[in-house]
Design a binder for this molecule. Structure first.
Ligand SMILES: Cc1cc2nc3c(=O)[nH]c(=O)nc-3n(C[C@H](O)[C@H](O)[C@H](O)COP(=O)(O)O)c2cc1C
Length: 348
């Protein structure tokens, strides 16, 4: 059984950053953790087959600074998922999350992801086997339904089954997945969002910790869902593209702490991490690609992005690229502060 520190995940899950393949890798999570100490972070999806049959344990590597961090698994074989969950627990993850929302072709061919919304008995078996195999929390991320299902009927039935099987928290991406005819990207935008249904699920399952996901683009919107009675909010794309807006003030606004982190703080704190990544043979761009949005909507954002995009992939590029990009941003900020405001000019 796991011996590492226990986090109050029901608390941390008030806000979470969604699992996103190719985006929420360990470098991204390290950055997000610098911006927010409290927000719950999710890995990219890792398939149980890759871990159990492929022995790809390197996929589980992460930095202790990332806690609390949840491992998202993809799969549909209860025994295999249970073994994968054990590997995740042994590696030190705080939660195991089952992906029942991803509609990609590759995933459909392995009968897992969103297609499992059609087979709640199997999902319940998966949850139950994982529940028996580990003592960390087992959670599920699902859609409201797929294809021609009527979410009003299938979602409560689905939730009842997974709760009975031992699922302790659920995140509901508040739109259907259409398994035919839409790309994974379209499936994140085209099926309409139904937040009301998620609120009704909270009414039906008052003891289940329910997070809402899909199309939430600000902390104000997140707070609105919490105020309306939901237990958590999961944000994906906006947290990735505007990490400072979503995470930099999350500890203060969502968790009541008295700290906030600026983009500049985060950059400075990333430098030692970058040094050690390069020292271990990594490339600068593997880390900085997740940092492009740090100044989004702020002075110097364009220069920052451009400098990193143009130089971080070059062979031998090191932290000096990041320092130079930051210096450019600081110059823009300084010039903006030094320039007389329009009001001052008109008074002159
Ligand atoms: C690039 C990308 C990769 C994603 N990969 C996963 C994944 O591995 N597992 C998963 O459950 N959802 C995945 N999603 C879906 C997100 O977790 C989230 O449900 C979706 O983006 C809706 O939230 P948002 O509107 O806040 O972005 C992915 C989304 C994106 C944009």
């Amino acid at each position: 059984m796991s011996e590492h520190k226990r986090y109050n995940l029901h608390h941390h899950a008030r806000l979470s950053v969604a699992p996103m393949m190719d985006w929420t890798d360990r470098h991204c999570r390290y950055l997000h953790r610098l911006l927010s100490a409290d927000t719950l972070l999710y890995t990219e999806m890792v398939t149980s087959a890759a871990l159990v049959r492929g022995g790809a344990l390197r996929l589980l590597e992460f930095d202790v600074a990332e806690h609390p961090v949840a491992l998202q698994l993809g799969g549909s074989d209860p025994q295999e998922l249970a073994q994968a969950a054990k590997l995740g627990q042994a590696r030190g993850y705080d939660e195991i999350n089952l992906n029942v929302g991803c509609p990609s072709d590759r995933v459909q061919s392995g009968t897992f992801g969103a297609v499992l919304m059609k087979d709640p008995a199997r999902v319940a078996a998966c949850v139950s086997e994982m529940r028996a195999a580990v003592d960390i929390e087992i959670t599920v991320k699902c859609r409201i339904g797929v294809d021609d299902q009527d979410p009003e009927y299938v979602l409560p039935e689905f939730l009842a089954r997974i709760v009975a099987a031992g699922c302790e928290r659920v995140t509901i991406h508040a739109r259907k997945a259409w398994l035919q005819g839409l790309s994974p990207k379209e499936n994140r935008d085209i099926p309409p969002l139904d937040y009301d249904l998620v609120h009704r699920m909270k009414g039906l399952f008052p003891n289940l910790h329910i997070s809402v996901n899909g199309g939430i683009e600000s902390l104000d919107a997140a707070q609105g869902f919490l105020d309306a009675g939901l237990d958590g909010v999961m944000i994906g794309r906006t947290a990735y593209h505007q990490p400072t807006d979503i995470l930099g003030t999350a500890d203060q606004r969502i968790y009541g702490a008295d700290t906030q982190t600026t983009a500049q703080d985060a950059v400075l704190q990333m430098l030692p991490y970058i040094e050690s990544h390069l020292g271990a043979g990594g490339r600068l761009n593997q880390v900085t690609r997740h940092m492009l949005g740090l100044f989004a909507g702020r002075p110097g954002a364009r220069l920052w992005r451009r400098k990193l995009s143009e130089e971080a992939h070059k062979p031998g590029a090191g932290p000096e690229v990041v320092e130079a990009a930051l210096a450019q941003v600081q110059t823009v900020i300084q010039n903006a502060e030094d320039a007389p405001s329009e009001k001052e000019q008109s008074n002159a």
